[in-house]
Design a protein around this ligand. Sequence first.
Ligand SMILES: N[C@H](CCC[C@H](N)C(=O)O)C(=O)O
Length: 301
Amino acid sequence: MTAGRPPGRAAGRPLRLTKMHGLGNNYLFLDGLSGPVPPDQELPALARAVSDRNFGIGSDGLILVLPPREAGAQFRMRIFNADGSEGEMCGNGIRCLARLVYDRGYTRAEEFTVETGAGPIRPRLHLENGEVVAVTVDMGVPRLERGAIPMAGPAGERAVEVPLEVEAAGERRTFTVTALSMGNPHCVVFVDDVAAVDLARLGPAFEHHPAFPQRVNTHFTQVLSPQRVRVRVWERGSGPTLACGTGACAVAVAGAVTGRTGRRVTVELPGGALDIRWDEDGHVYMTGPAAYIADVTYDPR
Ligand SMILES: N[C@H](CCC[C@H](N)C(=O)O)C(=O)O
């Protein structure tokens, strides 16, 4: 056994973290409102270290709860995937952040604005007897033009029902995809049977496809009815997760623009269901749960 730190262990002192999940998509929350936050350059390695199931705590990533920088926001969220890459937004994560800041008394408001890499995002808490039982989030307006996703091709052109040739395990196959941004990049692939998708093989091939210069979150989607779809997700930077909130929003938009679903759908994910509504105001609204798992101390000594 070589001396020194096992792979994935970040340097530094013990950190108090709270593990939460939205439909099994779980994150470790570092509360930067009541304590110090490591410097930026340490954050990718810290995210990798704490997310590691063997040498760390185990999680889909790390989320920082921070004071806002922008006027009009009450909080700021930064999200790092398990591979240490920073995502612009996290739907399941922001529902958990909204519950956390309310339960810790950082706000008594039931609706507020969180500054994110995808712009200002507004969660609204649903309370029963003072307990947060669900959160509805205004996830903003989807962006369909290739330049905003980003995706290769003419910047102003949409990528709706377009061919994408994917090579996986030496086999080349052309899929029909719809890609869009919810502040982070998503690729939706409608299939007849999600259970039959070889996610372990296709997920990485889509994630690292050259058409997506910032990589992409991919959602294999089976339409059950115009109001209900079933999805399996391969997330950029975290791989297979039990749910993806921004992805569920992207699936609802893709379903509507391709005429497969209405503008309000129940998105069934392996970890549970999200209610998504692409409103006539152009904004996408997501409603779902937020749950605690544990308070933990990451101790890298
Ligand atoms: N992997 C995503 C970030 C987490 C999004 C997902 N967990 C969600 O609930 O929206 C990305 O790199 O864009």
